[in-house]
Each structure stands twice: as structure tokens, then as C-alpha cells.
Design a protein around this ligand. Sequence first.
Ligand SMILES: Cc1cc2nc3c(=O)[nH]c(=O)nc-3n(C[C@H](O)[C@H](O)[C@H](O)COP(=O)(O)OP(=O)(O)OC[C@H]3O[C@@H](n4cnc5c(N)ncnc54)[C@H](O)[C@@H]3O)c2cc1C
Ligand code: SF4
Length: 175
Amino acid sequence: MEPKTLNEAAKALVSQRKGAALLAGGTDLLVNMKQRVFQPKVVINLKTIPKLAYLSNGKGGLRVGALTTLYDIASSSTVQEKFPALCQAARAVGAYAHQAMGTLGGNLCQENRCRFYNQSAFWRGVKSPCYKAGGDICHVVPARPTGGRKPKECHSTYCGDMAPVLIALDAKSRW
Ligand SMILES: Cc1cc2nc3c(=O)[nH]c(=O)nc-3n(C[C@H](O)[C@H](O)[C@H](O)COP(=O)(O)OP(=O)(O)OC[C@H]3O[C@@H](n4cnc5c(N)ncnc54)[C@H](O)[C@@H]3O)c2cc1C
Ligand code: SF4
């Protein structure tokens, strides 16, 4: 669906619960959908909401909209001059296409990655499903045969390049 306002998008997200996915640049989401890692019933396209892509440096500091592309962040003269680490982080993301399409919001909210999970459905079908796929095992850290109960823990890791720099800069999120 193509909401025109943030409220419309938020309502759609709440009404669909886990069946909906937000789409920004699509460089993470669409790959996961192609691999059948996610199969959302509804895709909510954020790009139809105006004014979510902006960079402004005022009294309150630097403000960056969720739909601002990593390319725009990296090529901003303000960011280059005043927040060089943020510029470096944006330039470190994937390849040029990921930076040109990928957004700040998508980068921060990207899924964790695991070599046993982020694979095609065919590839994953060779092994039994792991915890994250609703199964009973973690292929990265299998439960030890001690007889004790082990929590179903997923050990996939967060890979976003922007978050560590934003944390170091004490950035805040605003609705
Ligand atoms: C081959 C490859 C290499 C990559 N390399 C890197 C890398 O080196 N470093 C790195 O950090 N990332 C990497 N990525 C991940 C991804 O491309 C980037 O993180 C990109 O910035 C994601 O932004 P996007 O706008 O395309 O997100 P999308 O794919 O549109 O969305 C990603 C996730 O965030 C959610 N989302 C998007 N926008 C919002 C929002 N405003 N509010 C709430 N949720 C939202 C979506 O629902 C989805 O779950 C790579 C991906 C691929 C496929
Ligand atoms: S449960 Fe284990 S195998 Fe599955 S995604 Fe998490 S870390 Fe990877």
C-alpha cells in the first residue's frame, strides 16, 4: 500500500501486526522477500509519504529524515565537515547501489544476519529450520547435550554500519 501520511502508515502497520513490512530503499527487505525469509501480506511503501527525506543543521543540531539516502548523507558538505564519522559509515555500506537506494531508517532497522538463515529457501531447506525460522535448533550455537534446558537463543548479529556512529554521537530518534 502507498500511504500519504505517517499516521496512515502507522495505522496500517498496527492493523496488520506481523503481516506487514515497511519498505524504504528495499535493499534489505526485497532481498529477504526474494529469499522467502519474509513473506509479508502487505508492503507499506514509505516513499509515498512526503518530506521524510531531509538533512538540516540548525540550533538543535543535525536532523536527518528516515528516508534520507546514505548517498545524500555521505555527500552532504555539513556531514563531511562536522560529522566525518557519519560520512565514513555511510560510505562503508555495501556498494554504490546500496548507498544510492538505501536509507538511514532502513539501515537502522535492517534485519540481523546469519549465514544459516539469510539464504534462499532452497539452501535453507537442506537443514532443519532453526529457532528464528520457527524450528528447534540453532545451527551456530547448538544446545550442548547436558540434559539441562537451554533457552531458545538466536545468535544472529546486527550488522548496521550507521547505528554505532549514531550511538557514539548520542543521536536521538524523534517521531
Ligand atoms: C549485498 C548486501 C550488502 C549489504 N551491505 C551492508 C553494509 O555493508 N552495511 C550495512 O549497514 N548494511 C548493508 N546491507 C543492508 C542494507 O542494504 C542497508 O542497511 C540499507 O541501508 C537498508 O536501507 P533500505 O532503505 O534499503 O532498507 P529497506 O530494505 O527498505 O528496509 C530494511 C528494514 O528496515 C525496515 N524499515 C525501513 N525503513 C524504516 C523506517 N523508516 N522505520 C521503521 N522500519 C523501517 C524495513 O521494514 C525492513 O525491515 C547490505 C545489503 C545487501 C543485500
Ligand atoms: S537461530 Fe541460530 S542459525 Fe538461526 S538465525 Fe539465529 S543464529 Fe542463525
